[in-house]
Design a binder for this molecule. Structure first.
Ligand code: NAG
Ligand code: NAG
Ligand code: NAG
Length: 179
């Protein structure tokens, strides 16, 4: 009898495994990306302009969040320029490992540009805000970056200062940090 029960349990286990395999796949966004957007949204003071965004959870890739594009379950683009946003960038952007494009230009964002930037971004537009302080050193480690615009802010350091010691500066283009 014990043996039969064991066999039964094994079949049940197989059944559960198959049932899980064939459940419909929801386009659930990577949880690390959801968490990073949550931090950003809070740092921007939960603005109504960002329609669809949630301060807690949600599915940015499955729902239509203002300015968000995805590839599969990963957030690849945040384009929220000129929306009259205030607040800061927060400290969660480094969690967006698949982010290629970040455009927050033409808002009224302030405080420093955080050290925690998305590491694989190629296009970073921070222009026309009110960022202050120095550019974070992490920018020089963003090896995929090929467009960076930090002009028209209140920065106390130019991109040239940051890249003085980097030989591959000429490999970068579209750099604009006019103060
Ligand atoms: C993005 O950057 C992280 C950390 O720098 C790295 O481990 C990861 O492989 C990169 N991902 C992609 C998709 O390039
Ligand atoms: C920009 O930030 C500075 C402080 O860093 C502040 O004095 C100034 O009023 C801000 N400008 C605007 C347009 O918000
Ligand atoms: C950087 O942004 C400023 C302000 O939006 C713009 O005038 C300038 O053309 C941009 N620079 C580049 C290289 O795209």
């Amino acid at each position: 009898m014990m043996g039969d029960e064991l066999v039964c349990n094994q079949y049940f286990g197989l059944f559960v495994t198959f049932a899980l395999l064939f459940l419909p796949v929801h386009p659930t966004t990577d949880q690390s990306d959801v968490g990073a957007l949550e931090i950003l949204y809070n740092a921007l003071n939960d603005p109504v302009q960002l329609t669809g965004w949630k301060s807690n959870g949600g599915d940015p890739c499955g729902e239509s969040w203002k300015g968000i594009s995805c590839s599969g379950t990963a957030v690849t683009s945040i384009q929220i320029p000129g929306l009259g946003l205030s607040g800061t960038l927060g400290y969660g952007l480094s969690g967006l490992l698949s982010l290629i494009t970040l455009d927050v230009s033409g808002n009224n964002l302030h405080d420093i540009i955080p050290y925690q930037l998305p590491p694989n971004t190629t296009f970073l537009n921070l222009a026309n805000n009110n960022f202050s302080g120095n550019l974070p050193y992490s920018i020089s480690g963003m090896t995929s970056l090929n467009y960076l615009n930090a002009s028209h802010n209140s920065l106390s350091q130019s991109i040239g200062d940051l890249f003085t010691n980097l030989q591959d500066l000429s490999a970068l283009y579209g750099l604009d940090s006019s103060l």
